[in-house]
Design a protein around this ligand. Structure first.
Ligand code: GSH
Length: 97
């Protein structure tokens, strides 16, 4: 006989990463939205000319601006892209484990 499934599945948390630089209003807007969502995320300081910025560019298929946001394996894009997902009602599902 098969054992019963657990009533609730263990939570798995997606890694959420955001590359930012200081004094960047788009970065602040994206960080605020993620903070409002109550998710844990890793903010990577990536000012122009640093290896972290190069990493952001490479991972995002050549995008040179910050922020660049990743949810799990998925490249979301910048602040406008994140806000568009929220407006479309799709962000919560993406952030969910
Ligand atoms: N539409 C983009 C705009 C991002 C943007 O313009 N970011 C500025 C900083 S606030 C940037 O990276 N500028 C180029 C640079 O600083 O090298 C978004 O929503 O993320």
């Amino acid at each position: 006989m098969r054992s019963e499934l657990p009533r609730s599945l263990p939570e798995t948390m997606k890694t959420i990463e955001i590359y930012t630089q200081p004094f960047c209003p788009y970065c602040a807007r994206a960080v605020n939205l993620l903070t409002k969502k109550g998710v844990t995320f890793k903010e990577i300081d990536a000012p122009g000319g640093t290896p972290a910025r190069e990493e952001a560019r490479a991972r995002s298929g050549g995008r040179s601006t910050v922020p660049q946001i990743f949810i799990g394996d998925q490249h979301i894009g910048g602040s406008d892209d994140l806000a568009a997902l929220e407006r479309a009602g799709k962000l919560d599902a993406l952030l969910a484990a």
